[in-house]
Design a protein around this ligand. Structure first.
Ligand code: TEU
Length: 536
């Protein structure tokens, strides 16, 4: 792929259902996005990533696709898409699509027409098909219950790692692979600038599909035997030889640093960068519904390992948020604008390509969900059905709907997202946290993010500088330096609600203060949630 322009780029993720509704049906759409392009341009981001907008029964909010080469009417038409893409390009930005090819919807015509494009297996030997425990393996789905669905008609089961309406494609079949590559070329020919690849490290499975310990089959489907071969083939068939500057990022739950080096080594031709999960699983217990408090020392250690592991070969992606994660300001912060700025500063000053999830640049928080009726996400609803009302506190803290409430544009009803009834309620705090106020306040989280993006664009040390973690054992201060060609940056953040003493060389206080979230006090004591970036 041409050069590495994406090293100095910042990506902004749009979750179309919740971004901006132009026609009052309560669901965001492509025209809504088009109307907001000047806002995104003012923020300064380089690339927009659209979560899925393809035709879909919306069982998993569009991650269940029934036609890869069209737009769901709820979002608009292909003409709307072309206009949006032209508007993005006219502003010097790029647009990448969400590529969901580990599975399709069960309503995709392939599912009935091309049986051997999916994973079908008979019942466990000696068991009556369709009875509990007769599933071909003991694998559990990510969305509760077994990963197998019985099909009366054929008397066999199909595999679905996610919902029963998301059957897994069988990538062992070369016809599957060729159909997907052709579809990808079609989008690139239409002008899109790359792909975010959904759970792409799950496409190669051990064809024996053995039982896993305690129902966890991940050893047989995460980074399976042919994963590198498939990604290299995709690269040759889809990306190689294209002149345009493209971006590929593979979402890879469970990926290790060593594997990520292989996936992102440019010489191997696989993907440009991966989304790893260690730093967002750090407050999980045995499952994501088991809540542990954040251990900042552990968070710094994991981030540091990824920085070091991809320092000479490969490249990191950097994110706190996406449509699957609770809001970072509520999770690793205290919900305040100051915490939002401190967390943003820490993330954006690491080496890698930062991803901003819509509303993060406003300091949008988790939602005040009360009952199960407030939730929309299949993952939360299924978990509640299995675990019962005692699951509510975990759903409130961890539910993906926290990320999916409407983008907060202004203080008007439904946060200015829609003139109709939104598909999920807007957070009542939109009266205080919204884009209109943020844009007009130079001290807002929005303008701090704008300055962070600007710093990446203008200071090569942010892009290329070597990363050195300082004070690894400090429980509240996040501190590190970056250095490149004689320039050195120091990043200091107090990620706690108490004042904290930063045990750094006080000579740094004489250096240029390039970014600060509170008025300069020239002290090594950091106020609660304060963040500073020095340069010398
Ligand atoms: O998510 C993959 C994934 O493994 C998790 O992040 C998952 O969403 C869940 O939180 C597990 O507890 C991707 C998409 O980002 C997600 O929205 C989809 O639901 C999923 O794949 C299936 O396509």
């Amino acid at each position: 792929m041409t050069g590495s322009w994406w090293k100095s780029a910042v990506v902004y993720q749009i979750y179309p259902r919740s971004f901006s509704d132009s026609d009052g049906d309560g669901v965001g759409d492509l025209r809504g996005i088009e109307e907001r392009l000047d806002y995104l341009s003012a923020l300064g981001v380089d690339v927009l990533w659209l979560s899925p907008v393809y035709p879909s029964p919306q069982d998993d909010a569009g991650y269940d696709i029934s036609d890869y080469q069209d737009i769901d009417p709820v979002f608009g038409t292909l003409d709307d898409f072309d206009r949006l893409l032209a508007g993005v390009h006219a502003r010097g930005m790029k647009l990448i699509m969400d590529l969901v090819v580990n599975h399709t919807s069960d309503e995709h015509p392939w599912f009935r027409a091309k049986r051997d494009w999916y994973w079908w297996r008979p019942a466990r030997p000696g068991m009556t098909p369709g009875t509990p425990g007769a599933e071909p393996t003991n694998w559990r789905s990510f969305f509760s219950g077994p990963a197998w669905e019985y099909d009366e008609e054929s008397g066999e089961y199909y595999l679905h790692l996610f919902s029963r309406k998301q059957p897994d494609l069988n990538w062992e079949n070369p016809e599957v692979r060729q159909a997907i590559y052709a579809m990808m070329r079609w989008w690139l020919d239409r002008g899109v600038d790359g792909f975010r690849m959904d759970v792409i490290n799950m496409i190669s499975k051990d064809p024996a599909l053995p039982d896993g310990p305690g129902g966890d089959g991940s050893a047989f489907y995460l980074c399976g035997p042919r994963i590198h071969e498939f990604l290299q083939e995709m690269h040759r068939e889809v990306f190689a030889g294209r002149e345009r500057e493209l971006l590929t990022v593979g979402e890879m739950p469970g990926v290790t640093v060593d594997q990520a080096v292989l996936f992102t080594d440019p010489a191997r031709g696989e993907v440009d960068m991966v989304f790893q999960f260690e730093h967002v699983n750090i407050d999980h217990g045995p499952s994501k519904w088991d809540i542990k408090p954040l251990d900042l020392v552990a968070l710094k250690a994991t981030m540091n390992r990824w920085q070091a592991g991809l320092a000479s070969v490969g490249w990191n992606s950097l994110y706190w948020n996406n449509h699957d994660q609770p809001r970072v300001v509520s999770r690793y912060g205290d919900g305040s604008p100051l915490a939002a700025k401190a967390l943003g500063t820490v993330l954006h000053l690491h080496r890698g390509t930062p991803y901003i999830y819509q509303g993060e640049e406003l300091g949008m928080t988790n939602a005040p969900f009360e009952t199960i009726a407030d939730f929309r996400d299949i993952e939360s609803i299924n978990h509640y059905a299995e675990a019962g009302p005692s699951a509510l506190p975990a759903l409130r803290a961890r539910g993906r709907d926290n990320a999916r409430t409407p983008m907060q544009w202004d203080a008007s009803p439904h946060a200015g997202f829609t003139t109709g009834t939104p598909w999920i309620a807007a957070n009542p705090n939109h009266k205080e946290i919204n884009a209109a106020d943020a844009v007009s306040d130079p001290d807002s989280v929005f303008h701090h993010y704008r300055r962070l993006i600007d710093l990446r664009h203008t200071e090569p040390c942010v892009v290329h500088g070597d990363f050195t973690l300082l004070l690894p054992d400090d429980p509240s201060v996040y501190a590190f330096t970056r250095s490149y060609e004689g320039t050195e940056l120091l990043v200091l953040a107090n990620l706690s609600a108490e004042p904290a003493q930063a045990a750094i060389d006080p000579a740094w206080l004489d250096a240029e203060l390039v970014l600060a979230t509170l008025p300069d006090e020239r002290s090594t004591t950091l106020r609660p949630w304060e963040a500073r970036v020095y340069r010398r």
